[in-house]
Design a protein around this ligand. Structure first.
Ligand code: NDP
Length: 331
């Protein structure tokens, strides 16, 4: 079986030599373990900061070790009765074809008629991130106006749609290509979207929201955060979800000078990590499952085939190649 190891710590955008594709014997699961054949792997922006050896909310990837990461797979051997052979499971042993996991580390998927990959996206970690960020962290309520960055991506596309479905007065997204701008409006039902590469961000944002906005769902950080501070309404809330614009920067800019705007405007900015919001899972699954089933919620994936494509697909996602959730499909 094959698995990716981190060969060295990348500088900026990861390149092929930062990884090693290692072939090894398929191990036997011990008591309490399951052996999983992965069918799909998740490609997530947080993996890039996790390649750095810095203190964080999660331990860094280790050199010459298989890299963790979201994955979905079929249990092909089980030494724990709670997870029988044939179960489909979500777990954190990605970047590899087969995984050994403790039975209590995996989540068994109840077949609900959705593609397995949805449990890496809309019905999984990114979906819960969008849900928790909007409703819990930013305290969004019906009638408010919402700005979402990286609107063509997994979390952003969902956060904007959740706001629309929950009665936002206006939802605007930003993205890096014309195709994504069109996708956000025509497919996902955003009221408006703009290409952040097309002109001054603050100006585009102010034009998009003549009456300002109340909630910013921030996936990008940097200039987007600075522009949002300028245009957001008094008593606005910002869910600081991610900062993909700085993940591959070799020099991270200092805190935006415009942060002082938060004082006069009485803003609330809150960073959050999805796994502190697991109490929302039952509500999230019910509500989002219903939106999916009714067709009101649109979900798209950007699928790449083959384990060996993982590094290039990962760099591609960081560069914005993906529309929707980036995943790797294995045979
Ligand atoms: P996406 O599917 O949104 O993919 C990342 C996107 O970021 C790219 O497609 C690209 O789109 C955009 N991007 C890259 N560079 C820049 C830049 N310089 N400026 C603006 N946009 C840029 O990824 P996810 O939906 O999986 O993740 C979105 C964010 O959510 C990330 O910041 C991630 O770290 C965060 N996150 C946070 C979690 C938490 O617990 N706090 C959990 C999960 C995700 P474009 O073409 O528009 O540039």
């Amino acid at each position: 079986t094959r698995e990716f190891h981190l060969a060295r710590r990348p500088h900026g955008v990861p390149v092929a030599d930062d990884y090693r594709l290692v072939e090894r014997e398929l191990p036997d699961p011990a008591e309490g373990d399951v052996l999983i054949r992965n069918v799909a792997l998740s490609i997530d922006p947080y993996m890039r900061p996790r390649m750095n050896d810095v203190p964080s909310y999660i331990p860094p990837f280790q050199i010459d070790e298989p890299m963790p990461g979201g994955a979905v797979g079929e249990v092909i051997a089980s030494h724990d009765p709670r997870v029988p052979e044939g179960s489909m499971v979500v777990h954190d042993h990605g970047w590899r074809e087969h995984a050994i996991a403790r039975a209590d580390e995996v989540r068994v998927i109840e077949p609900g008629g959705h593609p397995w990959t949805y449990y890496l996206g809309v019905l999984g970690m990114p979906g819960l991130t969008a849900y928790a960020g909007l409703f819990d962290v930013a305290s969004f309520t019906a009638g408010e106006a919402v700005f979402v960055s990286a609107a063509g991506g997994a979390v952003g596309g969902l956060a904007g749609q959740f706001a629309r479905l929950a009665g936002a007065s206006r939802v605007v997204g930003s993205a890096g290509t014309q195709d994504k701008v069109r996708y956000a409006v025509e497919t996902l039902g955003f009221d408006h979207a703009f290409n952040y590469k097309d002109g001054k961000l603050t100006k585009q944002l102010a034009q998009a929201f003549p009456g300002g906005f109340d909630v910013y769902f921030d996936n990008v950080g940097g200039d987007h955060l600075a522009a949002a501070l300028e245009v957001i309404n008094w008593y606005g809330r910002m869910a600081l979800c991610g900062a993909v614009s700085v993940y591959t920067a070799t020099e991270v800019p200092m805190i935006p000078g415009r942060l002082f705007r938060a004082i006069g405007k009485r803003l609330r900015l809150q960073g959050f990590i999805v796994f502190d919001h697991n109490h929302l899972i039952p509500e999230f699954e019910t509500r989002v499952g219903a939106w999916l089933d009714s067709g009101e919620l649109v979900y798209r994936e950007h699928v790449t085939d083959g384990l060996e494509q993982m590094p290039s697909a990962f760099a591609g996602m960081l560069a914005g190649d993906n529309t929707g959730k980036a995943v790797i499909r294995l045979d």
